[in-house]
Write a protein that binds this ligand. Sequence first.
Ligand SMILES: [Zn+2]
Length: 520
Amino acid sequence: MQRQVKLSFFHFLRNIHLFHGKIIPGEDDMVSNKNRNKKHKQKKKLRLPVIFILVALISYIFSFIFLNKYEMVLTLKGDNPLYVEYGEEWEDPGVNAYEKNAYIGFIKSKVTPAVSDNITDQLGEFTITYHAKTNRSEAEIQRKVIVQDTTAPVIELLSNPDTYTPFNHPYVEEGLTAIDNYDGDISLSVTSEEKDGKVYYSVTDSSGNTATAEREIVYDDRMPPVISLEDGGDILLEQWSQYTDRYTAEDDCDGDVTSNVTVEGSVDTAVPGNYTLTYTVSDSHDNQAVITRTVHVIEKSDDGTIPDRSKIIYLTFDDGPGQYTDELLDILDKYNVKVTFFTTSAYPAYAYCMKRAAEAGHTVAVHTATHNYATIYASDDAYWADFDRQNDAIAAQTGSRTTFFRFPGGSSNTISANYNQGIMSRLAQQAEQKGYQYFDWNVTSGDAGETTDTQVVFTNVTTQIASNTEYGRSSVVLQHDVKDYSVAAVEDIIKWGKENGYAFLPISAGSPTAHHPINN
Ligand SMILES: [Zn+2]
């Protein structure tokens, strides 16, 4: 091709020379002049395109030989190194990339480089490589990206509007969270310091960013003192016995305020009757506590030894604790009445009620863990195993085992005969050998199936108590704290009892056992 072009080039050169150099003679001047003019014009016409073509050819050859050289130009847009905050969105600013002629700068064309795909969102450094290549040139450029964490964690303090700190008490944390953009939940790393009525919090994330927060402590005193009557609630005294009133009062802010307690009423043990003592105490922030107890002074019988116990009520509740036990304990607290619970493990979620009951002065006793007749009355060993399981559950809550219990179905039940002949007689005997004492009842509320009516429960209980009194007997009442309609009757039973001069007592070692005749 080049050779051909060169040939053509010399050929043209020669032609140009001929046109210029050779004189053509003419036969007729006019004609020859005309022809000469004509030829001259033709020559002139020919010259321009030839020059043009020549220039084009020279340019072409020149450019082909010398200017066909390109280079790739890559320059970074944006910062290098580029700092990026961890977790935040960011965009690669990219590069300016073009391919340009090595000699004639304005001859250039855009190119799109390939970008390395090692972009990460981890803390630290990484490199982005941009690489552009055509068949004429190639270049590469890199950018350093530094992913950093300069964001401090966020501490959020939880605050309950009803929460306050009693005066002179350390602040009890209401709750907080500390969330970091990189470390996540670092709530457990928060440190706090209580100073001058404020709490100062601080936490530092793994990149060294520290967040602080503070809260003002709300001091208040809304709790009245707690009066504790050392002999429980109601007291039963025999005529002529010594009576010493013992109590303490403790306030959450003021501490021991026993000396501030005033007692209204007095007890004359020479005169049988019911004496109500009212204990009142206030703390330094005017929160007042009032509590009462009744001291029952019981007349000695004619022989001077056995008191009349016909005005004593032992309320007993079986089969719980369950979902109504807390409500029942609230009612008993309200009237300062102590009762007895024969417990099972049928509702383990309420096991804590046994602790609450024991702390309030109630008697917590065994009614077996499963209360399943087929299981417990299968054999003597099966019964005591189930018994021990419940006694362990009681100990876990109250700190000590009990020697008091009630047979499921009572000692007179006949259903046990379906599983084991004679078992009740044997168990009753074994109980005595083991040092255990079982209790039946002599007042049935009917809440185990005869009725679901609170008013009927109330009538059943009060009628039978009144009858027991007529016969000179104490009353051992059977109710179930797993029956809401039965628990609902308790407040009225207590009111009725108090109005009629009865004393409510929890079962203790000397209490009547109200034993039934054993039928199996
Ligand atoms: Zn039962």
